[in-house]
Design a protein around this ligand. Structure first.
Ligand code: 0A1
Ligand code: ZN
Length: 886
């Protein structure tokens, strides 16, 4: 067998053949399934006789016909990955292929597979080739019909993309449905579902007055839990009309929830398939975080109808064209439905916790990668979240209206096409007559830029200078970088904490006016484009405190020369709420790093009272949003602190975090207790900002208190657990109690399981909570949970909860005896045989092994080597493991 092949962006070639129409027929069976496809093929260049190469994997070829004539063995070439017609007819021709497949044995969950007895598909990125031989690439856009035939009693519901145009009964208890999708699409957007499902039905009237039927399909017992998903869908449809002028384009929109799914959800044209976790919710079983995730992901998949489906990607390197843009759109949607500041804080935290480490490790890749072995490995936080930051920067630079003009032009130019990131850039530029060509570096250079800022005030000249110096670190394959185009949003605070009016700035030898229409502005976006650059504000009548990178205007690491007192000042006064939070985080990170050094030198740990005082005033400030307070009093995680150390020390980072939490709990105990008491639910669960904010604040206060592990606080946590009427508060109380290795912990965990064992989504939370625990020696407990009757390696959600959760524990995954690494190594090998995509996500936990001390390095490296030496390793795991070692 050939070794895994790397595919490069620079090798992209237009296809030799296009497909115009594709008629699919599925005959679904328990033993085998037949798939027939009839494709009208059009050569790109008239008269071309280039070979036609089709992708195929794990298929049994039954027959191939060209222009209705069956081909014999020698007329085509077949290998384990391709079916090639060496000399197809010149001109337009018809190609008919029949394959036999075995969905019931498909544990990879790509292609056609079974989940809880129902058939469903997952074709992105390259799963369609597991259904039939095809040019499995997104620039092949065709019009599809799909006829599904199956046993009527077992599979009463038959769904595919587009409109249902015919259905009826057949012999032997079978029936069929014929679907037609009027829109051209790439095969990754094809979907089929067949099963015993029922739907919650609703409708949406578009702004043009068209009625769209909305259906959410689940097994009947889950239907009551689909109300929030339906509400989210309708809100998303309305929002896209209001904000982007984008209307839904068919008369039917289906969502199907399945329990076995590798990712969150999939935007197949008019037939979105979702991981059940992102559809099903009730106050008793789902937390506020689940409700928020459902809102965001329902929005995300719906928004793909325009950004992804109507305009799609030319090739998989362009993935961020649809994903970065659609994440940006779902972030904005969620912001508009809740609190903009809190949403921004959550998104930036996610970027810092997951994307920055990726950008600094062996898997670092640009938002548009240059190469891949398995595309599945590039559905990453870089492509999604950093990609969304890149889209956000267009908006920051061009303003809301300019951004909208760019979007309009993008659709005007490219509706129905498969395009590139340059096409998006060009639409933004041309719609605004903008000049920002080196902005494209955001797509091609990996690594998080570091920007150092030094400030100085000239009291005589009344000028205030900001000097920027940027550095983009080397990443695999990119040793030297060019300076990036970085929008830095800035405001200047006066000594009372108010924003100063900004009138003009000296830059590049010219004095530029900032004021708009003669009116002063209070925040401006500086365009930092060089390695070193200075901006000098004029007419600044007192020494200001600069508020830099407001709203996190670029995905960079900012290092400023602000003094501790300046940060406390910003924390108390900045009109940019994001930066208030950020000032607190900068202070916390500095403090934690100092204490880590003390811990390593075995010095006694002492907490700076100014810090506790700062948190205390935030906690007590009635003018602040409660969810903002909850975010502001949450300490950076161990990961973020380890990220800032030369050699990551999980034990020190964890010990320091625990120490600070206990200290804060001790010193603010009275305030924290009243926070819990004053924020209990008075009536039923409502999913809106005020109620979520109240619960968030109550829950964090309880978590602090329970860290003290004293009888009073444990009793309080027990009381909250027992009296909770919703999962948000019940689970938070359980988690609070479970911090400490006590008998109460064991009892409450057992109680929770016995209450919820019938609900697999709740049981997954229970697995995750135990897996993530930092209780010493937890590896053994997690190992035992692998054999728990509710656990199953074939279900990705369970793996993400238990194995993924475990890898998030600084103490146990990184246990110095190597027991955590050994556990993960063994699981990855086992899992790879079942589901390579999920296995490769798990193996990524090893990728930053070089960040740790020598002992840990050797132990982790040994596991990676063991994995690499495994027979029959998948390409997915091979790519991550080999790049991690390389
Ligand atoms: N396009 C989907 C996510 C998705 C990607 C890959 C998958 O299989 C490898 C499945 C789903 C989204 O962005 O929602
Ligand atoms: Zn997406």
């Amino acid at each position: 067998m050939d070794g895994p092949k790397e595919i490069f962006l620079k090798d992209y070639k237009l296809p030799d053949y296009y497909f115009d129409t594709v008629d699919l027929k599925f005959s679904l069976g328990e033993e085998k399934t037949y798939v027939s496809s009839k494709i009208s093929v059009i050569p790109r260049v008239e008269g071309s006789s280039a070979p036609l190469v089709l992708n195929g994997q794990d298929l049994n070829l039954v027959s191939v016909k060209v222009n209705e004539k069956e081909l014999k063995d020698g007329d085509y070439l077949l290998d384990s990955r391709h079916l090639t017609l060496p000399s197809p007819p010149s001109g337009v021709f018809t190609l008919e292929i029949v394959t036999e497949i075995y969905p019931q044995k498909n544990t990879s969950l790509e292609g056609l597979y079974k989940s809880s007895g129902n058939f469903c598909t997952q074709c992105e990125a390259e799963g369609f080739r597991k259904i039939t031989y095809y040019q499995d690439r997104p620039d092949i856009m065709a019009r599809y019909t799909c006829r599904i035939e199956a046993d009527k009693a077992l599979y009463p519901v038959l769904l595919s993309n587009g409109n249902l145009i015919e259905q009826g009964d057949l012999e032997d208890g079978r029936h069929y449905a014929l679907w037609e999708d009027p829109f051209k699409k790439p095969c990754y957007l094809f979907a089929l579902v067949a099963g015993k499902l029922e739907s919650r039905d609703d409708s949406f009237i578009t702004r043009a007055g068209r009625k769209v039927s909305l259906r959410i399909w689940t097994p009947s017992q889950d239907l009551p839990k689909t109300g929030h998903a339906m509400h989210s869908l309708k809100a998303a449809m309305k929002w896209d009309e209001d904000v982007f002028g984008l209307e839904y384009d068919l008369d039917l929109f289906n969502i199907v929830a399945v329990p076995d799914f590798n990712m969150g959800a999939m935007e197949n044209k008019s037939l979105n398939i979702f991981n059940s976790k992102l559809v099903l919710a009730s106050p008793e079983t789902a937390t506020d975080a689940d409700y928020a995730a459902i809102l965001g992901v329902i929005g995300h998949e719906y928004f793909h109808n325009w950004t992804g489906n109507r305009v799609t990607c030319r090739d998989w390197f362009q993935l961020s064209l649809k994903e970065g843009l659609t994440v940006f759109r779902d972030q904005e949607f969620s912001s508009d439905m809740g609190s903009r500041t809190v949403k921004r804080i959550s998104d930036v935290s996610k970027l810092r916790i997951y994307q920055y480490p990726q950008d600094a490790g062996p898997m670092a890749h640009p938002v548009r990668p240059h190469s891949y072995i398995k595309m599945d490995n590039f559905y990453t936080v870089t492509v999604y979240e950093k990609g969304a930051e890149v889209v956000r920067m267009y908006k920051t630079l061009l303003g809301s209206q300019g951004f909208r003009k760019g979007m309009d032009l993008y659709f005007q130019r490219h509706d129905g096409q498969a395009v590139t990131c340059e096409d998006f850039f060009a639409a933004m530029r041309d719609a605004n007559d903008a000049e920002f060509s080196n902005f494209l570096l955001w797509y091609s250079q990996a690594g998080t830029p570091t920007v150092k800022v030094t400030s100085s005030y000239n009291a005589e000249a009344h000028t205030f200078s900001l000097k920027f110096c940027q550095e983009v670190p080397p990443t695999p394959g990119q040793p030297v970088k060019e300076p990036m185009f970085i929008p830095v949003s800035v405001g200047l605070l006066d000594s009372t904490g108010k924003d100063m009016p900004l009138s003009s700035v000296h830059h590049d030898g010219t004095l530029q006016s900032i004021a708009k229409d003669g009116q002063p502005v209070y925040s401006t976006v500086l365009r930092v484009t060089k390695k070193e650059e200075e901006f000098v504000f004029a007419d600044v009548h007192e020494r200001p405190i600069p508020s830099l990178l407001r709203g996190f205007s670029a995905p960079i690491r900012l290092e400023s020369d602000l003094a501790e007192s300046d940060l406390f000042f910003l924390l108390a006064h900045d009109s940019d709420e994001f930066n208030r939070w950020e000032a607190g985080q900068v202070l916390a990170r500095k403090l934690m790093l100092t204490l880590v050094a003390d811990f390593q030198q075995k010095k006694p740990l002492v907490l700076d009272p100014k810090f506790v005082h700062g948190l205390g005033s935030i906690l007590r400030d009635p003018s602040l949003d409660k969810e903002f307070i909850a975010k502001a009093i949450t300490l950076p995680g161990e990961g973020e602190i380890m990220d800032m150390m030369d050699v990551a020390d999980p034990d020190a980072a964890h010990a320091v975090r625990v120490f600070i939490r206990k200290q804060i709990a001790q010193e603010l105990k009275g305030d924290l207790i009243s926070t819990v008491e004053n924020n209990r639910s008075s009536d039923g669960y409502v999913f809106n900002h005020d109620n979520m904010a109240r619960r968030a604040l109550k829950n964090i206060a309880l978590a602090y208190l329970a860290a003290l592990d004293d009888p009073e606080c444990t009793a309080l946590a027990m009381h909250e657990y027992q009296t909770a009427t919703n999962m948000t508060e019940q689970f938070a109380a359980l988690a609070a109690i479970a911090q400490n290795p006590t008998k109460t912990r064991e009892e409450v965990l057992a109680d929770f399981y016995s209450k919820w064992q019938h609900d697999f989504l709740v049981v997954n939370k229970w697995f995750a909570l135990q897996a993530m625990s930092n209780i010493p020696g937890n590896v053994e407990n997690v190992r035992n949970l692998l054999n728990h009757p509710a656990f199953d390696l074939r279900n990705p959600n369970k793996v993400y909860s238990l194995i993924g959760g475990f890898c998030g524990s600084p103490v146990n995954f990184h246990a110095k005896d190597g027991s955590g690494y050994k556990f993960l190594g063994e699981v990855v090998v086992q899992l790879d045989k079942i589901n390579p995509q999920v296995a490769s996500r798990m193996v990524s936990a090893f990728s930053r092994w070089r960040r740790y001390d020598g002992t840990r390095q050797n132990l982790a490296k040994a596991q990676l080597e063991m994995i690499m030496s495994t027979n029959g390793l998948s390409e997915n795991v091979f790519e991550i493991a080999s790049k991690s070692l390389g």
